[in-house]
Design a protein around this ligand. Structure first.
Ligand code: UTP
Length: 464
């Protein structure tokens, strides 16, 4: 029979967390082992600090230190930059990293979000869309492009099984790497006590996309990538099917600037836009969450009446491998951000309860907190319509129908550039579902070169 180590008992007592042992006597041996392993992994001191700060983990820099991000756009006809990026792809120096460890709670989809069927006509999943882009790039540039997928304990098994079941969407299985991020316990808002999801099981959730650094390090993948000649990692979030994976022009710019990190940014829709604010603090590239930026700053306008702090974060970055390695050594120094959430759990009397108001503090690290540590960085402006419409919620502008419409609009735009008229509604939206497989064309130029002369679009269109 497993016993509770004395040192652990003392630690639980010191931090007021002895309630987690309630029901110990009725736990099976394996449940006891699992609970002890969970408890051993918890940094009680850190949790105690996070609780006593009660969400005050962010300190706004003095507003004089905050300046707007310079506006930089890339010229799509700049062949010099594009070729530079393409050469890096051809030399096999680029890997692609998708963060897919989130719980997707707002979407209310039971499977990992990457398995959501998003293709406006084909209904192919987010994972398939991304994997086919990587496959198309491999074919175009004749080079290996490793695909790294960060999962979490909540999504790991299902994601791996899905890729295996789908034969890795045509990618060589040896070039697809899954690595699982860590978790953090949540705390009761009022008492700071750990929450139990059942007797002997502490409630935890993924530790945020900032967990990428520690998870990459623990997986050993950074060494593997280096040995394979990778120098740049293209990073994005699983829920954005519009992303231009490993965009060669962006990559060329990253190389030309000798940047350690390059990011895409989009103009905010207005002062209350919920994207993270991309700005400079003491001249360093920084992201401040929308909820942390005081309204007076968010509403400031420039001489032309435009938002002064205009840039929002679509979470599309290129990280140099050297930089990722350096940051992964300091992963434990990234701050935690605190969110107040409703977490169903056992109440003080051991009964299951579904809270109607926020009852828990959840702690996450964010990848963008590494940006100010880059010595050389660059950020280029793009548009949401062409590169960023994430799937977040059941309804509204980030819902499945809205994201599918955005995809149809994007592909409709490519068709228009190729001289093919697509029916549109009075508001400008494409009126029929339109989809172009990444394996048919990755961009408007490729589409133009391949388009059948006879094409007219009247109903749903899928080019495969
Ligand atoms: P979000 O913060 O939008 O979270 O993640 P989410 O899990 O998709 O949705 P909600 O908030 O529960 O509704 C943005 C991206 O970061 C990844 C997600 O998978 C998504 O691609 N992410 C988030 C992780 O990989 N790990 C995390 O711990 C959190």
């Amino acid at each position: 029979m497993e016993d509770i180590p004395q040192s652990l008992k003392q630690r639980l007592h010191r931090y007021g967390q002895e309630h987690v042992l309630a029901g110990w006597d009725s736990l099976s041996d394996s449940e006891r082992r699992a609970l002890l392993a969970q408890l051993e992994a918890i940094d009680f001191d850190l949790l105690h600090q996070l609780f006593t700060q009660q969400g005050q983990t962010f300190h706004l820099p003095d507003p004089e230190r905050i300046t707007p991000l310079p506006r930089v756009t890339l010229d799509p006809s700049d062949l010099h930059l594009r070729r530079r990026g393409e050469e890096a792809l051809r030399r096999g120096e680029v890997a692609v990293l998708i963060v897919a460890g989130g719980q997707g709670s707002r979407l209310g989809f039971v499977l990992p979000k990457g398995m959501f069927p998003i293709g406006p006509v084909s209904q192919k999943t987010l994972f398939q869309v991304h994997a086919e882009k990587v496959l198309a790039l491999r074919r175009r540039y004749g080079a290996a492009i490793p695909l790294l997928i960060m999962t979490s304990p909540a999504t790991d098994d299902t994601t791996r099984a899905f890729f295996a079941d789908q034969r890795f969407f045509g990618l060589p299985p040896s070039d697809v790497f899954f690595f699982c991020q860590g978790t953090m316990p949540a705390l009761d808002i009022a008492t700071g006590r750990l929450l139990l999801e059942k007797p002997g099981r502490i409630f935890t959730s993924p530790d945020g996309h900032g967990g990428t650094l520690a998870a990459l390090r623990a997986s050993g993948l950074l060494h593997r990538l280096r040995d394979d000649g990778i120098r740049h990692v293209f990073y994005f979030q699983v829920d954005n099917p519009l992303v231009r994976v490993a965009d060669p022009l962006f990559l060329g710019h990253h190389l030309a600037q000798r940047a350690e990190v390059s990011s895409k940014v989009v103009a905010k829709n207005g002062p209350t836009d919920t994207l993270g604010n991309f700005l400079l603090v003491d001249g360093r590239c920084t992201i401040i969450e929308y909820s942390d930026l005081p309204e007076t700053l968010a509403r400031q306008t420039d001489a032309q009446g435009r938002l002064r702090l205009w840039a929002g974060n679509p979470a599309i970055h290129i990280f140099d491998l050297d930089f990722l390695e350096r940051m992964s050594q300091e992963a434990a120094n990234l701050p935690f951000h605190v969110a107040r959430k409703k977490v169903p759990c056992l109440d003080a009397s051991g009964q299951w309860m579904e809270p109607t108001t926020e009852n828990a503090l959840k702690f996450e690290r964010f990848i963008f907190d590494v940006l100010p540590r880059a010595e050389r960085w660059t950020a280029v402006e793009t548009t949401r319509a062409t590169e960023f419409v994430p799937l977040k919620r059941e309804t509204g502008p980030e819902s499945p129908p809205a994201v599918q419409q955005a995809l149809s609009n994007l592909f409709g735009g490519w068709l228009k550039e190729a001289g093919v008229a697509v029916p549109r509604r009075p508001d400008g939206d494409v009126a029929v579902p339109v989809e172009i497989s990444p394996l048919f064309a990755l961009d408007a130029d490729e589409l133009r070169a391949k388009l059948p002369r006879w094409l007219t679009v009247e109903g749903a269109l899928y080019l495969e």
